[in-house]
Design a protein around this ligand. Structure first.
Ligand code: 5GP
Ligand code: MN
Length: 323
């Protein structure tokens, strides 16, 4: 059920022991929003802990209180009176769902979040869940300390591609302006976030070599097989002139492919949703439990349908072979 920010704030105020979580495959917004919320809740005198059921990429480890994030152990229980889910729907939190039967409060900005069966404060125009967390801090009367500001800034910066994507709105910039006033140094966070390991840069080179063009150049895809972070890989082909939808398929394990899609305005959330995933209009994803070859077929066909392409069976041309 959709609720207002005020109602959501009241639910937080009424709770004492709060389990905070975010989505698997956590990104800067998932980690930033949970860490900011943890500090806000504790400053209000609440008991709060973070559980996230996944590994978290190295760039985010320097965030304040990062070391307190725990991963649930199978069969573990956590005594809570509120399960606060940030930046995703309850179906994408892995085993955290089994830690407690406490009522759910969900705060999110994903347009595909239905809110069916749980309390949801959804603001899909918000650039990041962190942008909403800033408003909650205000509503709850919590101080934005430098540590809270760093976490919120990181989530907003990473979800907007450092203020380049269309989700960047005037309010986003007003919010980050306040965070910078609190002492956040944008250059320091950018440097921290863009660092990549040698292995990641090599994966990026291989990804670029794998790039294929479909449907006469309207669609571009890259293909990787890695357990390393693939942050930013899909952008390598998103920028090609004429490309309306870019996608990346990462075969993380045999028959387990993660698909990321990006567009310049065409609704990829609906495409991802039709394949069991979700996301935003211009950035969405899904998991396909098939081989890389089948995942490619399924993804290209679904994208082709959305673009009303007549001949959907396009195997693509290697970018290297395009004149
Ligand atoms: P990315 O391509 O960076 O993994 O994800 C793009 C956006 O889509 C993010 O906001 C992410 O949370 C969302 N997303 C990615 N994969 C899934 C999925 O499998 N299910 C849902 N509901 N959202 C997803
Ligand atoms: Mn987000």
């Amino acid at each position: 059920m959709l609720i207002t920010l005020k109602q959501a704030a009241q639910k937080i105020q009424a709770a004492n022991k709060i389990l905070v979580t975010a989505h698997i495959l956590p990104d800067g917004d998932a980690v930033g929003s949970t860490l900011a919320m943890l500090q806000i809740l504790r400053a209000m005198g609440k008991t709060a802990e973070i559980f996230i059921d996944d590994t978290i990429r190295d760039n985010l480890h320097a965030l304040p209180h990062f070391d307190e994030i725990r991963r649930p152990v199978k069969g573990e229980k956590f005594d809570a009176d509120l399960l606060l889910i940030l930046d995703t729907e309850p179906g994408r939190i892995g085993n955290v769902r089994n830690l407690t039967d406490a009522p759910i409060l969900n705060i999110d900005h994903h347009v595909t979040n239905s809110g069916e069966g749980y309390d949801l404060y959804l603001e899909h125009e918000a650039a990041a869940t962190c942008e909403i967390v800033f408003d909650f801090a205000r509503e709850l009367g919590a101080e934005i300390t430098l540590d809270v500001a760093k976490c919120i800034y990181t989530g907003i910066a990473t979800d907007t591609g450092f203020f380049q994507y269309s989700n960047t709105r005037a309010k986003t910039l007003r919010t980050v302006s306040e965070l910078v006033t609190c002492g956040v140094r944008p250059n320091e966070i950018s440097e921290q976030m863009e660092k990549k390991s040698l292995a990641e840069v090599r994966d990026m080179r291989n990804a670029l070599e794998s790039a294929r063009i479909f449907f006469g150049g309207k669609v571009a895809g890259i293909f990787v097989k890695t357990a390393e972070s693939t942050e930013g890989f899909v952008d390598l082909v998103r920028v090609i002139e004429g490309v309306e939808i870019a996608f990346m398929i990462n075969e993380k394990e045999e028959n387990f492919c993660r698909v990321s899609m990006r567009s310049n305005g065409i609704d990829v959330a609906t495409i991802a949703n039709s394949l069991g995933g979700g996301g935003h209009v211009r950035a969405a994803g899904c998991t396909l439990k098939t081989s890389l070859e089948d995942a490619t077929k399924i993804t290209v066909e679904a994208i082709g349908k959305a673009l009303h392409v007549e001949n959907l069976s396009d195997a693509g041309i290697l970018l290297a072979d395009v004149n």
